[in-house]
Write a protein that binds this ligand. Structure first.
Ligand code: SAM
Length: 267
C-alpha cells in the first residue's frame, strides 16, 4: 500500500476550508452509527455485490472506511484504489490499514483526468461527494472511460426527504433555505446524465437517529456544515442559541437520514 500525490492542483484556500471539515465528517459518521438504527456501510456493500477478484475504485473516499471493507470483500489478487482530494484523509486512510497489500490510496482531484487506463475497473463508487464537485460532466466521462463494459457505478447523495427535522429546526431558529441547500439537487443532477450511458435503479436508505441530548443534536447541526455556512460568522453563536431554544421546546430529538443511491450498469 502506498500514498501518491498527483493532480491535486487545489488552491490553499479551497484546501483549508475542506480540511476543517474532516473532523466534522468523522463525528457525523460516528453519530450516524452510534445513535442510528441502520448501517449505511452494510447498505452500500449490499448494493455493490462485490465479487472476489473485482477491481474497485472509490472516488472521494474520505478516510477510506468503505474502501477497506471493499478490499476485504474482493480479496487478494484484486486491485482496490481509494482517491481523495485531501492529503489529510488519505494519510488517515493509510494509517488505518497497513495490512491489505492490494489496497492503494492516493491524493487526486476528481476534476482532473485519472491516471488509469481505459476499462480498468469492474466497480466504481463515489459516496456523498459528487455534489461538491465543480463540474460533473467531465468527471462522469472519466468514470465511464475507466469502467469495463457492464461495469457497475454507485453514486450516493441526499434524497429529497433527507434531514427533514434538521431543516425544520433551522427555519424555526430563523435560518433560511438557500439554493445550495435544495435537497433535490443530487437527484436532478444525476438522472439526466446517467440515462444516456447506463441502465440504473435508484435505491433509498433510511436511518432514524435518536439524539441523547440537546448538546449532541446541536453539535450534529453544526457539523452538517450546510446550515451554519448560510449564517454570517458573527451571527453563529446567537443562531446556535436559538437552535437550542427550538430543541428545548421540541417533543423529540430525532432526525432521519434519507440517502439515495444510483446503482448503474455501463451499457
Ligand atoms: C462527505 S465526504 C465523503 C467521504 C467518503 N466517500 C464517505 O462516504 O465517507 C466528501 C469527500 O469528498 C472529497 N472531495 C471533495 N471534492 C473533491 C474533489 N474535487 N476530488 C476528490 N475528492 C473530493 C472530500 O475531500 C471528502 O473526503
Amino acid at each position: 500500500m502506498h500514498i501518491q500525490s498527483r493532480n491535486s492542483r487545489t488552491s490553499n484556500q479551497q484546501r483549508s476550508s475542506l480540511e476543517s471539515g474532516s473532523y466534522q465528517l468523522e463525528r457525523r459518521c460516528d453519530v450516524n452509527s452510534k445513535w442510528g438504527q441502520a448501517d449505511i456501510n452494510d447498505w452500500i456493500l449490499c448494493l455493490l455485490k462485490l465479487q472476489r477478484g473485482e477491481a474497485v475504485l472509490d472516488i472521494a473516499c474520505g478516510y477510506g472506511l468503505i474502501t477497506r471493507l471493499a478490499a476485504k470483500t474482493v480479496g487478494p489478487s484484486s486491485q482496490v484504489v481509494g482517491t481523495d482530494l485531501q492529503l489529510e484523509f488519505i494519510r488517515t486512510a493509510h494509517e488505518r490499514e497497513r495490512k491489505i497489500e492490494e489496497l492503494t490510496f492516493m491524493v487526486h482531484n476528481a476534476m482532473m483526468p485519472f491516471p488509469f487506463r481505459d476499462e480498468t475497473f469492474d466497480v466504481i463508487f463515489c459516496n456523498f461527494a459528487i455534489y461538491h464537485f465543480s463540474t460533473i460532466d467531465g468527471f462522469l466521462d472519466e468514470v465511464r472511460r475507466m469502467l469495463r463494459p457492464q461495469g457497475r457505478l454507485l453514486v450516493t447523495g441526499p434524497d429529497p426527504a433527507n434531514n427533514e427535522f434538521l431543516y425544520q429546526v433551522h427555519i424555526a431558529a430563523g435560518g433560511s433555505i438557500t439554493a445550495n441547500m435544495a435537497r433535490a439537487t443530487f437527484k436532478n443532477m444525476m438522472e439526466e446524465r446517467l440515462l444516456a450511458h447506463y441502465s440504473y435503479n435508484y435505491h433509498v436508505f433510511r436511518n432514524m437517529i435518536t439524539f441523547p441530548s440537546i448538546d449532541d443534536f446541536t453539535r450534529y447541526y453544526s457539523d452538517t456544515e450546510l446550515f451554519l455556512a448560510n449564517i454570517p460568522t458573527e451571527e453563529r453563536t446567537r443562531h446556535l442559541l436559538r437552535v437550542r431554544r427550538v430543541l428545548e421546546n421540541s417533543p423529540r430529538l430525532q432526525n432521519e437520514k434519507v440517502v439515495g443511491g444510483y446503482l448503474a450498469r455501463k451499457l
